[in-house]
Design a protein around this ligand. Structure first.
Ligand SMILES: CC(C)(COP(=O)(O)OP(=O)(O)OC[C@H]1O[C@@H](n2cnc3c(N)ncnc32)[C@H](O)[C@@H]1OP(=O)(O)O)[C@@H](O)C(=O)NCCC(=O)NCCS
Length: 409
């Protein structure tokens, strides 16, 4: 079973067959995902001359405090019915990650189908996403929204630009090719957008994109809110409130750094009286995405912390190596390092016997570095261990803003 680069022309039929088998497209004539292999970077594995497993990545970046770090986002991992449980998806994903890493990409992110599969490739679970479902008339907002402009899927280029220019917070990501936003807006059910062109040159400054589950009374599924100031965010929420005479329930991804519950009227009462109805007021949290470091040195060099400097040894275990072919140009980041963290952080490839040692899987260390969880709890629930004094100090070192990807992969 050979891995090769995807050839969008040659492999399109096979890709559609796989996607239709797994229910991601309606049938093999459905062209809705074609863009992904045409615009993304793909790898396939053949059985008897036909691609039976497929992985696609897209380039992007992640905000780490004030720095912008390169990422690849794995958008597709799929194996046909006849190819299952042969190790194809794991090997292909490892190869896609290895090729991106060999090109200098610093991090990899993906959305999981279940916890566990990608942990074997060195991924750690990312932050929780909160989804707030509420009756828009519950919003405690007095602000009157101005009349917005209508946005349709045909506006995908300006919508993408508005997403790129949105207020960014620690951990937020972007996927660079605008066609990825085109894909998102084209394939939301009865999707529509509303927004305002307040940019200095009349650019789309803030907008929301909505997918409709039931157009009479909702749910309306708000896919994203993109804004550059909190004032603009309030205007978007005020817009949603305007729709509340008809729409009883809206599901909104909680913007980073916010608790939308703060601006909901009587959230507990509404939750109780709407329980088990299609219009339930509820806030749910789930971590759908995982992340791993590909280039440890670059990630550490971009770590500028205002906490007390700290030095320690790191023994890093990278399980991806078991899934890589022998000739892979990048073979994971397992090894021993000496790390200095502070305003200017650095790494050397040798250990200092006088320093305490942290032992960690790549996934657990990525979570610590991102600020997803403290060292002391990762030591209980993930693969991370060290002297308690070191773990306590690392808790203080990585007191970062709560990371949020703020972009659904
Ligand atoms: C998920 C999927 C890509 C796996 O494809 P595959 O080629 O059969 O996968 P592999 O053979 O490489 O890996 C299967 C192994 O992973 C293991 N595995 C599956 N889910 C797991 C989990 N949640 N935790 C740990 N291991 C898991 C299997 O038990 C199997 O183990 P084995 O090799 O010891 O038998 C395939 O089932 C598929 O296409 N599903 C539908 C599309 C989808 O959900 N894609 C993922 C998008 S994020």
């Amino acid at each position: 079973m050979q891995i090769r680069l995807c050839d969008p022309k040659k492999d399109l039929d096979a890709a559609r067959r796989i996607w239709s088998q797994i229910g991601w497209i309606s049938d093999s004539n459905d062209d809705s995902r074609d863009m992904l292999i045409q615009r993304g970077r793909g790898w396939v594995m053949d059985l008897e001359g036909e691609a039976e497993s497929l992985v696609i990545t897209f380039p992007g970046s992640l905000r780490y405090l004030q720095d912008e770090l390169s990422i690849c986002a794995v958008t597709d991992v799929a194996t046909s019915r006849i190819g299952r449980r042969q190790g194809m998806a794991a090997r292909l994903t490892a190869r896609a990650i290895s090729d991106n890493a060999a090109d200098g990409v610093m991090l990899c992110v993906l959305r999981i189908f279940e916890q566990g599969f990608y942990n074997k490739l060195g991924f750690g679970t990312g932050p929780y996403d909160h989804f707030v479902s509420f009756d828009p008339t519950q919003l405690k907002i007095d602000r009157k929204a101005r009349i917005p402009s209508r946005l349709s899927a045909d506006d995908w280029i300006i919508i993408h630009q508005s997403r790129l220019a949105r207020m960014r917070s620690h951990g937020s990501i972007i996927i660079h090719p605008p066609e990825y936003t085109q894909y998102n807006v084209r394939h939301s059910t009865n999707g529509f957008g509303l927004g305002y062109f307040d940019g200095p040159k009349g650019e789309l400054s803030h907008h929301l994109w909505c997918s409709i589950e039931d157009s009479r009374h909702g749910p309306y599924d708000i896919k994203w809110l993109a804004f550059q100031t909190y004032d603009q965010m309030i205007e978007l929420l005020a817009l949603l409130k305007n729709l509340g005479d008809q729409i009883h329930i809206m599901k909104v991804p909680e913007p980073p750094g916010m608790q939308l519950q703060d601006i909901l009227l009587l959230p507990f009462k509404h939750s109780r009286i709407t329980k088990k109805t299609p219009y339930q007021t509820i806030i749910t949290a789930l971590a759908y995405s995982q992340i791993r470091i590909l280039d440890l040195e670059s990630c550490i060099n971009h770590t500028h912390l205002r906490s007390e400097p700290i030095d320690f040894n790191l023994e890093l275990e990278d399980p991806i190596v078991d899934y890589l072919d022998k000739d892979a140009s990048w073979r994971g980041i397992g090894g021993s390092y000496c790390i200095h963290l502070g305003e200017d952080s650095s790494l050397t490839h040798s250990i200092d016997p006088s320093l305490p040692t942290l032992k960690s899987s790549v996934g657990a260390f990525t979570r610590l570095w991102l600020g997803a969880l403290p060292a002391t709890t990762l030591a209980v629930t993930d693969q991370l261990a060290g002297p308690s004094e070191l773990l306590d100090r690392l808790n203080w070192t990585f007191r970062l803003p709560e990371p949020k990807f703020d972009w659904s992969i």
